[in-house]
Design a protein around this ligand. Structure first.
Ligand SMILES: [Zn+2]
Ligand SMILES: [Zn+2]
Ligand SMILES: [Zn+2]
Ligand SMILES: [Zn+2]
Length: 264
């Protein structure tokens, strides 16, 4: 993808637009105000972005999550908005929870528990071996201000995310998970003509070069790239999983998925 793409999102509460670097500080001011009138409970402001160890793409989500939600609810939400293609496995990991001294045989033992249906034992072992957080756990028993988790969807063609708990609030969230902001479609322009927004990506060439095309230039690419003509043409979508596996876009917040709009 092009370098230095601008990434900005709208605040759900006031509709103003902020750069990725400032949006969560802004959202926190709204949540702080809400603590004066909100129902006593526990909720969290989360920043979700691509894991910097693997990618520098500037996608982001800002989520307000109720403490009673479970990790599997967060997993479901991430799948629905950014990731789901064919039901791959996923995991949240807190690398600080890993204990040393485990080897391959422990992992195999854990998988045996999974096979025999002893999920509780499996989850306990995986938490110690790899820092994996059980999907059934409530977020209030996992999250605290400053916590950073890694998240992986699809252990083959992985999409790697990083989740940071920006702050905790002593109130109930308006829903289990509230989408406070996300990056508007990035200004991804056609890599051939550079004049119009790209609508298609070549899922094969994208690993070696800028391979996003407008519909017209996609026809040119199809002439020299057999894979693209055959199967590798994927839609440009507003997600870090663009072009990977069979991913064609999210199932929620669809109005902000898709292609950059030149007019806006
Ligand atoms: Zn606002
Ligand atoms: Zn897939
Ligand atoms: Zn073009
Ligand atoms: Zn290609």
């Amino acid at each position: 993808m092009q370098e230095n793409l601008t990434s900005e999102g709208k605040c759900l509460f006031c509709g103003k637009t902020f750069a990725k670097a400032g949006i969560n500080r802004h959202l926190a001011t709204h949540l702080k105000e809400k603590t004066e009138t909100g129902k006593q409970a526990l909720s969290f402001l989360l920043k979700v972005e691509t894991n910097k160890r693997y990618s520098t793409s500037p996608y982001f989500l800002s989520l307000w999550i109720d403490g009673e939600a479970k990790m599997k609810d967060v997993d479901r939400f991430l799948r629905d908005i950014w990731l789901e293609c064919c039901g791959h496995l996923s995991a949240f990991k807190d690398l600080k929870r890993r204990r040393s001294g485990y080897g391959m045989f422990d992992r195999m033992e854990a998988y045996d528990y999974l096979d025999s249906g002893n999920i509780a034992k499996y989850e306990k072992m995986m938490e110690e071996i790899s820092g994996e957080i059980p999907m059934s756990r409530k977020v209030k028993d996992v999250f605290y201000k400053g916590l950073t988790l890694e998240y992986e969807y699809d252990f083959g063609s992985s999409t790697e995310l990083e989740i940071t708990v920006i702050d905790a609030y002593p109130i109930k969230a308006d829903k289990k998970i509230v989408l406070l902001s996300r990056n508007e479609p990035l200004e991804i322009m056609c890599s051939i003509c550079k004049k119009v927004p790209a609508t298609q990506v070549c899922a094969v060439c994208m690993y070696n070069e800028d391979a996003v095309f407008c519909d017209k230039c996609a026809e040119k690419h199809a002439k020299k790239c057999e894979d693209f003509a055959d199967y590798a043409s994927m839609p440009v979508v507003n997600s870090p999983r663009m072009g990977v596996c069979a991913y064609v876009g999210g199932t929620i917040d669809k109005e902000r998925d898709g292609v950059f709009d030149l007019k806006s």
